[in-house]
Design a protein around this ligand. Structure first.
Ligand code: NAD
Length: 341
C-alpha cells in the first residue's frame, strides 16, 4: 500500500484525494490545508485520513511514501523541495514551479534522491489527446503547419499567477507533447484589468522548428467557456473540443491540393476553388476515461516500477521555460523572445 499525503485541498485537491482514496494500491493518510474550513469539510468524507494545517506534520511522517502538492503555484517549489528532501515521491500540480530555476532544482533533487517527480499535466493522460498524438506521429495529418488553441472561461481568477501560467500551461504541455519538441521562441501580449500586474487574458505565438506555429488564447475574463484546438496539417486538418465528451475529435479531409501547382495562373474563383480539396469529416471513436484517474495510476505505477513519467519534472520545467519566455515578451511589448537562453 502506497501511503499518500495530499497538501492543498481547495478546488482541485479533492479530486486528487478521491482518486488516491479510490485506488486499491494507495491510501490517503494525510490531508493538509492551511484553511481549517476546507479540512472540516473533508473530515467526514475521509475519517481515516489525518488532517492538519501544517504540511510539516505529513512531510516528517516516515509512514508517508508520496506527497501530492495541490496548492497555489507560488508554493509548489517550497513544499515539493521539503518533501523530496524527506525522500518522498512527489506529484506536484502544474505548473511545476514559479520559475525555471526552481523547476530544475526540483528535478536535480528528485534525481539525486532516486525519487519520482511527476507534474500534473493532466492532458497528457487524456485519451483523446493521446489519440491525436499517435495520429500526428503516424503522419496522417502530414506536415503540421500550425496549431490554434483557445482556453477561455469567466473565472476562476487567480491572484498568484496570470492566465498564461494557469491556463496556457495546459496548452503548452499539449503542443510540446504532440510536436515532440519545445518551441524556439515565444511572443506574447497580455492585458490586466481586474488585479494589478496579473494578466487576465494572454495572446501568444510560439514558434517551433520547421515553421510550425502555435497560437494560444488564454483568458479567465471571457463570457464563453471554450477548450478548442485546431491543428492544420498539409494532408488533413483536425479539431479537438475538450468540452465535447462524446465526440471530441473531428478530422477534416481538407487540404490545399497539389493541383494548384499544375494551374498556370489563378484568374477566377472557380480555378481557385479547384485548388482546395474538400473531403469528408470523420469522427474517430475514442474511449474516454477520467484523465486524472489515469494520471494518478501512472504515478503509482512509476513509484512501483521506477519508470519515468511522461510528465516528469523535466517535461514540466520545459513548460515553465516557455511561460518565462512569454513573461519576458509581455514585459518587452510583445517582442519575440528565445525560449532556451
Ligand atoms: N491539472 C489540472 O487540470 C488542474 C486543475 C485545476 C487546478 N490545478 C492546479 O492545482 C493547484 C491548486 O489549484 P486550486 O484551483 O485547487 O487552487 P485553490 O486556491 O482552490 O486551492 C489551493 C488550496 O491550497 C491551500 N494552501 C495554500 N497554501 C498552502 C500551504 N502552504 N499548505 C497547505 N495548504 C495550502 C489553500 O488554503 C487552498 O485550499 C494549482 O497549482 C493549479 O494550477 C490543476
Amino acid at each position: 500500500m502506497i501511503r499518500v499525503a495530499v497538501v492543498g485541498a481547495g478546488h482541485w485537491g479533492p479530486n486528487l484525494i478521491r482518486n488516491f482514496h479510490d485506488e486499491s494500491r494507495s491510501d490517503v493518510t494525510w490531508v493538509i490545508d492551511t484553511n481549517a474550513a476546507r479540512i472540516d469539510q473533508l473530515r467526514e468524507r475521509y475519517p481515516n485520513a489525518r488532517m492538519s494545517p501544517d504540511a510539516g506534520d505529513a512531510l516528517s511522517d516516515p509512514q508517508v511514501d508520496a506527497v501530492v502538492v495541490s496548492t497555489p503555484t507560488i508554493t509548489h517549489y517550497e513544499i515539493a523541495r521539503r518533501a523530496l528532501r524527506q525522500d518522498k515521491h512527489v506529484l506536484v500540480e502544474k505548473p511545476v514551479a514559479a520559475s525555471c530555476k526552481q523547476a530544475n532544482e526540483l528535478c536535480d533533487l528528485a534525481e539525486s534522491r532516486g525519487r519520482i517527480l511527476m507534474v500534473g499535466h493532466t492532458f497528457l493522460y487524456n485519451s483523446a489527446v493521446r489519440w491525436v498524438q499517435k495520429y500526428i506521429e503516424a503522419g496522417d495529418l502530414g506536415r503540421i503547419y500550425y496549431i490554434s488553441m483557445v482556453r477561455t472561461n469567466l473565472g476562476p481568477i487567480r491572484m498568484d499567477v496570470n492566465a498564461a501560467w494557469d491556463l496556457a500551461s495546459h496548452d503548452i504541455s499539449i503542443a510540446n507533447h504532440w510536436l515532440g519538441a519545445e518551441p524556439q521562441s515565444a511572443a506574447a501580449t497580455g492585458g490586466n484589468w481586474i488585479n494589478p500586474g496579473i494578466q487576465d487574458a494572454v495572446f501568444s505565438t510560439l514558434r517551433y522548428s520547421d515553421d510550425v506555429l502555435v497560437h494560444l488564447h488564454a483568458s479567465w475574463l471571457n463570457p464563453r467557456k471554450a477548450r478548442d484546438i485546431t491543428v492544420v496539417g498539409a494532408k488533413r486538418m483536425l479539431t479537438f473540443n475538450d468540452l465535447d465528451i462524446t465526440e471530441p475529435i473531428r478530422i477534416y479531409d481538407k487540404k490545399v491540393s497539389d493541383e494548384r501547382t499544375q494551374v498556370e495562373f489563378i484568374d477566377s474563383i472557380a480555378s481557385f476553388r479547384a485548388s482546395v480539396r474538400e473531403g469528408d469529416i470523420t469522427i474517430p471513436r475514442v474511449t474516454l476515461a477520467e484523465p486524472l484517474k489515469t494520471q494518478c495510476g501512472r504515478f503509482l505505477d512509476h513509484i512501483q516500477d521506477g519508470g519515468r513519467p511522461d510528465s516528469d519534472g523535466r517535461f514540466g520545467a520545459a513548460v515553465v521555460r516557455v511561460l518565462e519566455a512569454m513573461e519576458r515578451s509581455m514585459q518587452n511589448a510583445g517582442r519575440e523572445e528565445r525560449v532556451v537562453l
